[in-house]
Design a protein around this ligand. Structure first.
Ligand code: NAP
Length: 312
């Protein structure tokens, strides 16, 4: 099988497409032939030596923590799955990755079934950003129907899913994005789009109960002023989390960082929303495995629209 492997930590050009021996699923695992794997900022950050680099063990390493495809082998002791089933998952996070490949093995309890109306391509981009959005909104922030929630980077992988989940929950999503992204974000249910390039973009905003920060650093700290007294903030970029948490606490806000975790039950709920067309995945671009450097460069630009995928 073909896979993309990292042999040394470097920002660019360190990934090679290689032919590897097929692996067999261990006890309790499924092997899935991958139709699409998501490309996320954590992938290029880890390849550069940051992100999840401390967790992944020895190089060479196959990046990619999410994918969807068709089950082609079932490990000993697995029940409820058979060859030919359609599956998607956030896998082995943060230790192993392994999804930038034609096939991957992972524990059966990390996979969720892809319901028929959802394409395997869309399903490949849903798990990491979808679970992050879900856990940030509902577990960390405890978002309630009717509450106003400000999402920084609403046009990104996590942001565009977070705004739809907030809307489906009866909350009022407000998002920051470049003006060119406002029309499609409005179509997805964003109640107010704010162009963050404008000076003092947030100064006129009526205070929000919840802030989901998908940007971090100075932008996140500046946005804290938009949060109502005692409001809740979830900051996602781990590298600036301590700064944002300290600034928020100083302002009397409840601020948490988080690390997404695999959760097949939540993934099934996300898949159901997608099947009902209440959660739409925006895919800016699909790349072949040998175009991985291009995919990482686009992700690293910080202006990908929705998700980027590798389609082996
Ligand atoms: N802690 C966790 O478990 C966890 C999980 C997932 C992601 N993350 C982190 O969360 C962040 C977001 O992830 P993602 O996958 O959503 O990223 P992404 O898809 O790469 O985000 C790209 C989007 O960011 C927007 N953007 C860039 N700078 C902005 C700014 N200053 N203000 C508002 N929008 C801005 C761009 O919109 P425009 O083109 O309109 O500028 C673009 O659409 C990343 O740092 C990622 O590593 C953390």
């Amino acid at each position: 099988m073909k896979a993309v492997r990292l042999h040394q930590f470097a920002l660019q050009d360190a990934l090679r497409v290689e032919q590897l021996a097929e692996t067999l699923p261990g006890p309790g695992e499924l092997r899935v032939r991958i139709a699409a794997a998501g490309v996320n900022p954590i992938d290029w950050k880890t390849c550069a030596g940051g992100g999840a680099a401390p967790f992944i063990g020895e190089l060479p390493w196959i990046p990619g923590w999410e994918c969807a495809g068709v089950v082609d082998a079932v490990g000993e002791g697995v029940s409820g799955w058979q060859r030919g089933d359609r599956a998607m998952g956030l896998l082995n996070f943060p230790q192993a990755g392994n999804c930038y490949a034609e096939q991957v093995c992972a524990p059966a309890d990390q996979w969720a079934e892809v319901p028929p109306p959802v394409s395997l391509v869309d399903a490949g981009g849903l798990p990491l950003a979808g679970l992050t959005a879900w856990q940030a909104l509902f577990e960390q922030a405890g978002l309630q129907p009717g509450e106003r929630v400000l999402i920084l980077a609403a046009a990104g992988g996590v942001g565009h899913l977070a705004l739809q989940l907030a809307r489906a929950h009866g909350a009022i999503p407000i998002g920051t994005a470049s003006a060119t992204n406002h029309p499609w974000l409005t179509e997805l249910g964003c109640q107010q789009c704010i162009d963050y390039h404008q000076p003092d973009a947030l100064s006129q905003l009526e205070p929000v109960a919840v802030l989901i920060d998908c940007v971090g650093g100075d932008s996140a700290i500046a946005a804290l002023t938009a949060v109502a007294a005692g409001g809740r903030v979830v900051t996602l970029p781990t590298i600036t989390a301590d700064q944002v948490i300290a600034a928020g606490i100083e302002q009397g806000l409840q601020v948490t960082g988080m690390r997404v975790r695999p959760d097949a039950k939540q993934l099934e709920q996300l898949a159901q929303l997608a099947a009902e067309d209440r959660l739409k995945l925006r895919v800016e671009c699909c790349f072949e495995l040998d175009q991985v450097a291009k995919a990482h460069a686009l992700s690293q630009s910080g202006h990908a629209q929705g998700k980027l995928l590798l389609t082996p």
